[in-house]
Design a binder for this molecule. Structure first.
Ligand SMILES: NC(=O)c1ccc[n+]([C@@H]2O[C@H](COP(=O)([O-])OP(=O)(O)OC[C@H]3O[C@@H](n4cnc5c(N)ncnc54)[C@H](OP(=O)(O)O)[C@@H]3O)[C@@H](O)[C@H]2O)c1
Length: 265
């Protein structure tokens, strides 16, 4: 990551105690930012803060227990960071994945929960972050999505509906916020090796009466790069978009998917 002219930059990474969120937090820390991460599980949060502290020093990392599907928690998370740092430069919007299922499998309650987790959490966080970014005329917002923004995924109807809604949000906001020096982009994984993907593979294996390793081999065969991605391969893109020199890139929806998604942008 390139040297930044302002060494005191700060970030909030939602759902940053594992997987893609934690990798984004580590990338930003390596870039010299101070970072606040959140998650629901207290023990996991402590562990993540220790792991991230090893990247850039304990002083650079703050852990907050928060459920991103709670408006109150998200406002507390982002508002607290703004108060603590006196500024906010970067917001990585991330959440746990919505539960798998086809249309026939998911209940109305599942729809409401997925809305709160995937879409409302983003809206709440961005609303909370933008005033502090506007004040300084600088901001970088990266929203973690899914390749379902380009092509619906089998057995993931909730992701197929709410992730594309996030691209609508990103595109709308890009125009609104560009005059204030704030960029908003979406970064979407294809299949990146995290606990979420391992769990989905195990479920599929159970349904098909096979092993998770077999499912993974099948998935990898469909990826032109021939393998699952590593979390840091997505985080590198988020790290770049967070830099000052990425200031002319906004409203974009980018994939880190090893060539998996054969659609036009
Ligand atoms: N990995 C991929 O290839 C892939 C592909 C497509 C889409 N995605 C999406 O990318 C996002 C991140 O995926 P991942 O693979 O990194 O997942 P992961 O390995 O399961 O990690 C999820 C992280 O989010 C936190 N989290 C979950 N629900 C939360 C909530 N309600 N409030 C606060 N924190 C929460 C978890 O901590 P706690 O459980 O302690 O809260 C954990 O730190 C998900 O939305 C996923 O669906 C991932």
């Amino acid at each position: 990551m390139a040297q930044e002219s302002d060494p005191r930059r700060t970030a909030v990474v939602m759902a940053g105690t594992r997987g893609l969120g934690q990798a984004c937090a580590a990338e930003l820390l390596r870039g010299g930012l101070e970072v606040t991460v959140c998650g629901r599980d207290g023990e996991r949060l402590q562990q993540a803060v220790a792991e991230l502290g090893a990247v850039a020093g304990d002083d650079a990392v703050t852990g907050e227990r928060a459920d991103v599907s709670s408006t109150e928690d998200v406002e507390r998370l982002v508002g607290g960071a703004v108060e603590r740092y006196g500024r906010l430069d970067v917001l990585v919007v991330n959440a746990g994945g919505p539960p798998p299922g086809d249309f026939a499998d998911v209940s109305m309650e599942d729809w409401d929960t997925a809305y709160a987790l995937t879409l409302r959490s983003a809206v709440t966080a961005i609303r909370a972050a933008v005033p502090a970014m506007r004040e300084r005329g600088f901001g970088r917002i990266a929203v973690i999505g899914s390749s379902s923004v380009r092509r619906p995924l089998e057995g993931l109807v909730l992701s197929n509906v709410f992730r594309p809604a996030l691209t609508g949000l990103v595109k709308s906001l890009a125009g609104d916020l560009a005059p204030d020096g704030i960029t908003v982009n979406m970064v979407s994984p294809g299949r990146i090796d995290t606990e979420r993907v391992r769990t989905l593979d195990e479920r599929k294996a159970q349904r098909q009466g096979t092993t998770a390793e077999e499912v993974r081999r099948g998935s990898e065969a469909a990826i032109p790069a021939g393998r699952y991605g590593r979390p840091e391969e997505l985080a590198a893109l988020v790290g770049f978009l967070a830099e000052e020199r990425a200031g002319y890139i906004t409203g974009q929806s980018l994939l880190a998917d090893g060539g998996l998604t054969p659609t036009l942008p």
